[in-house]
Design a protein around this ligand. Structure first.
Ligand code: ADP
Length: 192
């Protein structure tokens, strides 16, 4: 079983690359951002709670996010492997994911692929996406900058943990989508 954490700041291209990776390696993608947006669209209790954080560019509390993620892993326990997109975003979530993957799948995180993109490019990409995505968190520069700030404050240290485990690989996230995918594929091939 291959379990990949796709890592990187908001706007680094995780969603796009996750799509290419799942097709290439027949994996199941779990995107916590997509799960929250689904709940918001359907106006669930979870969606209403998450929206109050997401609209400000803050992270949703760990417990709520981890419970949602756990349910989704359990629902797909027969998958070949997973791509975790947008989770973990905190040290607490990183530890929780280790445990979930061990207990539910009897497996481990195989690789953390980190997309590296500089901040000003991120802001530009997210503002552009906001023109068509309808995402409230892409609609203004202040919220976008807060998301990037949250990333450095809480999420960047997740990379340190995966580095310590020796499973962290950085890939340049600027360039043609297909070229970036090829680099990611090559990293996955190495561990297969
Ligand atoms: P992006 O990476 O483009 O910012 P996502 O779709 O992954 O977007 O996430 C959108 C928002 O959903 C985040 O800014 C955050 O508020 C919330 N969110 C997503 N994943 C998590 C998580 N693992 N922990 C806490 N909040 C999360």
């Amino acid at each position: 079983m291959i379990n990949i954490v796709l890592f990187g700041p908001p706007g680094s291209g995780k969603g796009t690359q996750a799509q290419n990776l799942i097709e290439k390696f027949n994996l199941k993608q779990i995107s916590t951002g997509d799960l929250f947006r689904y709940n918001i669209k359907n106006d669930t209790d979870l969606g209403r709670l998450a929206k109050s954080y997401i609209d400000k560019g803050d992270l949703v509390p760990d417990q709520v996010t981890t419970d949602m993620l756990t349910d989704e892993v359990k629902r797909n326990a027969d998958a070949n492997g997973f791509i975790f997109d947008g989770y973990p975003r905190t040290v607490n979530q990183t530890e929780a994911l280790e445990q979930i993957v061990q207990e539910v799948l009897n497996s481990k995180i195989s690789l953390c692929l980190s997309l590296v993109v500089e901040d000003e490019i991120l802001v530009g990409r997210l503002l552009k996406r906001g023109e068509t995505s309808g995402r409230t968190d892409d609609s203004n520069e202040e919220i976008i900058r807060n998301r990037i700030k949250e990333y450095y404050a809480k999420t960047a240290e997740v990379a340190e943990l995966y580095k310590q485990h020796g499973i962290y690989v950085e890939v340049n996230g600027v360039g043609a989508i297909e070229e970036i995918s090829e680099k990611l594929f090559a990293e996955v091939e190495k561990i297969k």
